[in-house]
Design a binder for this molecule. Structure first.
Ligand SMILES: CC(C)(COP(=O)(O)OP(=O)(O)OC[C@H]1O[C@@H](n2cnc3c(N)ncnc32)[C@H](O)[C@@H]1OP(=O)(O)O)[C@@H](O)C(=O)NCCC(=O)NCCS
Length: 161
């Protein structure tokens, strides 16, 4: 088991940096969760904001790799101050270290500072507890479970940022 320390969250500024986000997304959504690469690499990346969590990784043999990408999140801007949260993932052996929580907090902070008033996301149904802990809500008139890329999802909202 690897040991991760020194977490830092970076708001990506270049297409080159986005390769780090894609590494995490492919490891989690394609290799682990078996979504197709085609569905993973959709058309929204160029108009989105991206963040990556980097860590120092201590391997079992004692060697340390600096600045390893371990998590990512994406914001798609929509009309009327709406931000769509998605492509949110942390590598399986780095989970439970509050890296996901830090990514979502950076995302919310950015929304507050950039005139977004509402965040919407499509939660994989078993992940809804995570988002609820972060303050997202399932709304009464919008509580249907729907299929997205072959798995059940539910819409969750954070309003009045
Ligand atoms: C969802 C995900 C990004 C969370 O990342 P993480 O870094 O492991 O989460 P954190 O360590 O920040 O968890 C923070 C809290 O949420 C809880 N939590 C994590 N996953 C949860 C879940 N599925 N249901 C309920 N609570 C959950 C943790 O136990 C922790 O709770 P605590 O504060 O009571 O200790 C990660 O599990 C992941 O990449 N999963 C696979 C990809 C995925 O499903 N992405 C989301 C698609 S909608």
């Amino acid at each position: 088991m690897s040991k991760y320390t020194n977490v830092s969250i970076k708001h990506l500024q270049t297409v080159e940096e986005r390769k780090d986000a894609l590494k995490v997304r492919v490891a989690v959504f394609v290799d682990e969760q078996k979504y197709s690469l085609e569905s993973e690499l959709d058309s929204h990346d160029d108009v989105s904001q991206h963040w990556v969590a980097y860590c120092d990784k201590e391997n079992q043999d004692g060697t340390v790799e600096k600045g390893v990408p371990v998590g990512t999140i994406r914001l798609i801007p929509k009309p009327d101050g709406l931000a769509k949260l998605g492509r949110f993932a942390v590598l399986s052996d780095a989970r439970g270290l509050y890296i996901g929580q830090q990514l979502v907090k950076s995302f919310i902070q950015y929304c507050k500072e950039n005139s977004f008033n509402t965040i919407v996301l499509h939660s994989q149904y078993p992940r809804r507890g995570f988002y609820a802990k972060m303050g997202f809500m399932i709304e009464e008139n919008d509580d249907a479970i729907f299929d997205e890329d072959g798995t059940p999802h539910i819409r969750m909202w954070m309003r009045s940022l």
